[in-house]
Design a protein around this ligand. Structure first.
Ligand code: NDP
Length: 339
């Protein structure tokens, strides 16, 4: 067993889109677990859009990463040494390992994984993003058969879960995705009824015309992953009593000045006159539903009724570039780093 480990730290706070020099890889001695802790060799690391927010020094729903601190993130790995009850060498576990080759974590912060499932699924379709889609759709989307749902970032782990669940409940599903290949995957792999390439549209009016064609009865559920031009395009198409689960706004994660948006009065008026339910939610508040989610979706994934795509980068050193690419839509499916 190696006696060193590597981790990727936040070297400086990005201005706008992150660049490689905002990260630094450091190598240091392998820590020894103290009583109650487990030492893990990380095999798979999850890269998620929320990590962009953690790089800023702003007040949010979770603390920022300190300068010099390890980039936050969930990993899966194998137990090397256990000083915690319930964990033994060789167990496959998941927890907040950070962007690191190894992690020493309390047993209470870890969950053992079912060894019959591919470990990476705990980070995507059967992990936090899958749960986000499942909880958010049922709790805030309130889908009804015959309605129409529109979702952006549609081939990602959240969007593809939302689309597949909505389709199985009898909704018309419209994917918004970046590029022809992702649009093909949206319809052929994830079963969306229609897919629109947002990159083929220069402005919200043009994108709105395409969505109008794909959603002739208007939009009952707009699942907000993206905001930006897509939000501007969809808002006038919302039906009365429509629902907007506000899950993410990746188009604005690069630091656009949201406060200055001159769209606000029009949006606010739409919410009132159309009696829209706009529900911001953070999945941290809903982890109690994880067992129910796993009970429902686990067998569907095993049976191939719910499918998923993964984009796998190789090696810890590839994490910064893979993350930078994810924020620009370079990922096709759930972005994983395999160590
Ligand atoms: P994805 O794997 O789908 O990756 C992000 C995708 O966003 C990109 O691939 C790209 O897809 C799309 N994108 C990036 N920039 C833009 C842009 N300017 N305009 C339109 N699309 C863009 O991410 P996830 O499925 O993991 O997450 C989806 C959303 O859900 C994110 O906003 C994330 O922050 C949010 N989220 C929220 C949670 C919560 O608790 N509220 C929990 C988990 C995720 P494409 O090329 O198709 O445009």
């Amino acid at each position: 067993m190696s006696d060193t480990m590597s981790r990727i730290t936040l070297a400086r706070r990005p201005k706008g889109a992150p660049v490689q020099d905002d990260f630094k890889q450091v190598t240091e001695s392998l820590p020894a677990p103290s009583e109650g802790q487990v030492l893990i060799a990380v095999s798979h690391l999850s890269l998620d859009p929320y990590m962009r927010g953690r790089m800023d020094d702003v007040k949010s729903y979770a603390p920022s990463v300190d300068l010099g601190g390890t980039m936050t993130g969930q990993g899966v790995g194998r137990v090397l040494t256990s000083k915690a009850d319930g964990f033994a060498e060789g167990d496959i576990v998941t927890g907040m390992t950070g962007w690191a080759s190894h992690a020493c974590l309390p047993g209470s912060d870890l969950r053992k994984l079912d060894p019959s499932l591919p470990p990476s699924t705990a980070l995507g379709v059967l992990g936090m993003p899958g749960l986000t889609g499942w909880v958010g759709l049922h709790t805030f989307g309130k889908p009804k058969k015959g309605e129409t749902l529109v979702v952006g970032a549609a081939t990602g782990p959240v969007g593809s879960m939302v689309g597949q669940l909505a389709k199985s409940l009898g909704l018309r599903t419209v994917a918004i995705a970046g590029g022809a290949e992702k649009c093909r995957l949206a319809t052929e792999t994830f079963g969306f009824d229609a897919a629109i390439d947002h990159r083929a549209h220069d402005d919200a009016q043009s994108l709105r015309a395409a969505i109008t064609e794909a959603a002739p009865d208007g939009v009952d559920i707009y699942w907000e992953n993206v905001a930006g031009m897509l939000l501007e395009a969809v808002m006038p198409l919302m039906n009365v009593h429509g629902r907007i689960p506000v899950c993410g706004m990746i188009a604005w994660y690069g630091g656009a000045n949201i406060e200055d948006s001159n769209q606000l009065p029009g949006m606010w008026r739409s919410i009132l006159v159309k009696r829209l339910q706009v529900s911001g939610f953070i999945i941290f508040d809903h982890w109690d539903q994880y067992p129910a989610f796993l009970g429902d979706v686990g067998p569907k994934v095993a049976a191939g009724e719910i499918t998923y795509l993964e984009d796998v980068a190789e090696g810890l050193e590839s994490a910064p570039a893979a993350f930078i690419s994810l924020l620009k839509g370079g990922n096709v499916g759930k972005q994983i780093v395999k160590l």
